[in-house]
Design a protein around this ligand. Structure first.
Ligand SMILES: O=c1[nH]cnc2c1ncn2[C@@H]1O[C@H](CO)[C@@H](O)[C@H]1O
Length: 321
């Protein structure tokens, strides 16, 4: 039996690990990328759009549309947290690639997401790799979006572990906590992959050497941009390698059985010193009071991962391109 590939839209802020995830998607017969939507996070949105177009040109996939996303948070905040210290000022390892020839489509990211979900109700998966502003805007634009979108796989949160921006919060959630809360309680089929899981998927220095020895087009390109990402990890963590956040989250769309999940309600703290905290109610207790979690739709949260298999799959697919 030949299975139809799953249609996915990648919402992305490229980003070095975003580049890995996008290339991984192109090497994965299980999925068909029908569009990229862009968002701030690792870089500002305008640069995210340029980088998305550039990566499609590198991959020879300029047939794929890019829809530009929001420049501001859901609450119209223009003061954004940009992780250029992780990815370089250009978002792609300070390589200063020539500007792309292509242009984004006229439609906004949110309008594109709504349109595609309506065209194929229940059939499209959004893989969200940055702050969740575009997804929340799509939910606000069309009350049926949460029902029409097949699944939302999101990289975000730090479930029962410290964050990576501060002890409370992970970068994508603190990028737009209000948007994240809207997505978590939207009623859509949401799978959240937090850094409690992605910190187990490590590309070691030795893996990078293997990547460098491969003649694959994607492997060669990635080795060019990876230096900044490795040196950031060497400085920030004791781990001798880099976290494969975005490609690991993408694998949930490709092979969900590499992970286990718990189901429950997630709320996001939107103010105070724990702004951006993701709090999962594991439903072990029947609380005496009505809480902010009571009667909200549940989501799935990844809790364990076959990290060896995940790293091997990412390496194999990125090497032989
Ligand atoms: O220390 C950090 N600050 C901000 N963003 C980071 C940091 N480390 C990784 N990422 C980026 O945020 C997502 C995972 O949280 C990943 O997309 C990664 O590239």
């Amino acid at each position: 039996m030949v299975l139809e590939p799953k249609k996915i839209i990648i919402d992305t802020d490229p980003g070095i690990d975003d580049a890995m995830a996008i290339f991984l998607a192109f090497k994965s017969p299980e999925v068909e990328v029908i569009g990229l939507t862009t968002i701030y996070g690792n870089v500002y949105t305008t640069l995210a759009t340029k980088n998305a177009l550039h990566l499609l040109e590198v991959a020879g996939r300029t047939d794929i549309p890019v829809a530009e996303g929001s420049q501001v948070t859901l609450t119209k905040d223009t003061k954004l947290r940009i992780a250029d210290f992780v990815h370089g000022a250009d978002g792609l390892g300070n390589q200063n690639f020539p500007p792309p020839k292509g242009k984004p489509i006229e439609q906004s990211a949110a309008a594109f997401l709504v349109e595609q979900a309506n065209l194929c109700p229940g059939k499209i998966t959004v893989v969200a790799l940055g702050p969740l502003t575009n997804i929340a805007l799509a939910i606000q634009l069309d009350p049926a979006f949460a029902k029409n979108i097949g699944q939302i796989v999101l990289l975000g949160g730090a479930f029962s572990v410290n964050g990576n921006v501060n002890p409370a919060t992970e970068a994508n959630i603190v990028g737009d906590p209000d948007a994240a809360d809207v997505v978590f309680i939207s009623g859509a089929d949401v799978v959240a992959v937090g850094i409690n899981v992605t910190h187990q998927a490590v590309m070691t220095d030795a893996d990078r050497d293997k990547l460098a020895q491969s003649n694959g087009k994607f492997a060669q390109y990635l080795c060019q941009i990876l230096e900044v990402y490795f040196s950031y990890h060497h400085d920030a963590y004791a781990t001798r390698g880099v976290y494969l956040h975005d490609p690991t989250a993408l694998l949930v769309a490709i092979n969900p059985s590499l992970f286990t999940y718990m189901e429950g309600v997630v709320r996001v703290q939107t103010s105070g010193i724990t702004r951006g905290l993701t709090l999962f109610d594991n439903r072990q207790k029947r609380f005496a009071e009505i809480t902010e979690w009571t009667d909200k739709p549940t989501v799935k949260v990844a809790v364990t991962v076959d990290a060896k298999a995940v790293v091997k799959l990412i390496m194999d697919r990125l090497m032989y391109s």
